[in-house]
Write a protein that binds this ligand. Structure first.
Ligand SMILES: [Zn+2]
Length: 138
């Protein structure tokens, strides 16, 4: 199970909309408790690809975000990106580029601008996609 605060979800939605027509992206940090992961901080980072179908994060931005997580006693749990015009599931490319099987890959679809959908996935061996149970907390 993975949890995210509603306020953090709203941050992702508003950033994703501000990036349109490009994909928005960033990292998520938090705490782990056995198999449970609790997102405590979301990072809104520049999509270096400036694309509506790809994203990449500058390693410098990634390092700065991880430093900030450490200063708060958090660890990197995974990353997030938006799908401006497609559903909330990994694209072929997302799966191909999912190098870290321990990371959560959060995908926020804003194809329906009034009803965004967030899902979280794990990808094993850049092939096997599993949806994680995502719980929104207040
Ligand atoms: Zn994607």
């Amino acid at each position: 199970m993975i949890t995210i605060r509603r306020a953090d979800l709203y941050k992702l939605i508003s950033h994703a909309k501000s990036c349109l027509p490009e994909e928005g992206c960033g990292l998520v940090g938090g705490r782990t408790e056995g198999n449970d992961r609790h997102i405590e901080a979301v990072y809104l980072l520049e999509n270096k690809d400036h694309s509506d179908v790809h994203f990449s994060i500058d390693p410098k931005d990634q390092i700065a975000a991880i430093k900030d997580m450490r200063s708060k006693g958090l660890v990197q749990i995974g990353n997030w990106h938006s799908h401006p015009e497609t559903p909330s599931r990994p694209s072929e490319e997302d799966i191909r580029l999912s190098y870290d099987s321990t990371s959560s890959y959060l995908i926020l679809s804003i194809m329906d601008r009034d009803a965004p959908v967030l899902n979280s996935f794990r990808v094993a061996e850049r092939r096997d996609v599993t949806k994680e149970e995502l719980v929104i907390i207040e």
